[in-house]
Ligand binder design. Structure first.
Ligand SMILES: [Zn+2]
Length: 176
């Protein structure tokens, strides 16, 4: 039974038992705050775009240009992914070009940089690999060696919120 941990469905049962134990004992909040004391400082879509563009030019120089990267309050992390990558073809002069947009759930505006980077890396990797296959995750790990651990910690944070925990970073956390 993993219905109480919808964000962690993909993980092995013994790990889920540990998470359940943690939730009833000290809670997940202190663990995550100790591990990730700082929130990132990207406050605008412009800064977010630049952040993604820097990562892309470092690791995916030859892939298509990303046209837009934004925080999107309409992405609901419960039902959908953490971010969204869309590409559509459009005519540019005499040729067909792809227009790529990345949307990131606005919850991650107040989050550690590691969480944001993991999501950006994931969406950038879709420039090269459409599916979540082995090559896709290898590319993710190439861009962020801690990819899998960060994704688990991020999902732990979503679980914490899902169980009524308060936000742990940024202005929203201070406001309660
Ligand atoms: Zn994906």
């Amino acid at each position: 039974m993993t219905s109480d941990l919808p964000y962690l469905r993909a993980y092995p049962l013994p790990l889920l038992e540990q998470v359940r134990a943690l939730l009833v004992q000290q809670g997940v909040g202190p663990v995550l705050r100790r591990k990730y004391p700082q929130a990132h400082v990207l406050r605008t879509d412009k800064a977010l775009y630049q952040y993604a563009a820097d990562l892309k030019s470092r690791y995916l120089r030859n892939s298509d240009t990303v046209n837009k990267v934004v925080f999107d309050s309409k992405i609901h992390v419960v039902r959908h992914a953490l971010g969204l990558h869309t590409s559509r073809s459009q005519v540019q002069g005499s040729r067909l070009a792809s227009r790529h947009e990345i949307r990131i759930a606005s919850l991650f505006k107040q989050a550690p940089e590691e969480f944001l980077r993991m999501i950006v890396v994931h969406e950038l990797a879709h420039l090269r690999e459409r599916d979540h296959n082995k090559a896709f995750y290898q590319l993710c790990e190439h861009m962020e060696p801690g990819y899998h651990q960060i994704e688990f910690d991020l999902r732990l944070y979503l679980t914490h919120l899902d169980h009524g925990g308060e936000r742990l970073w940024g202005a929203a956390a201070e406001q309660g």
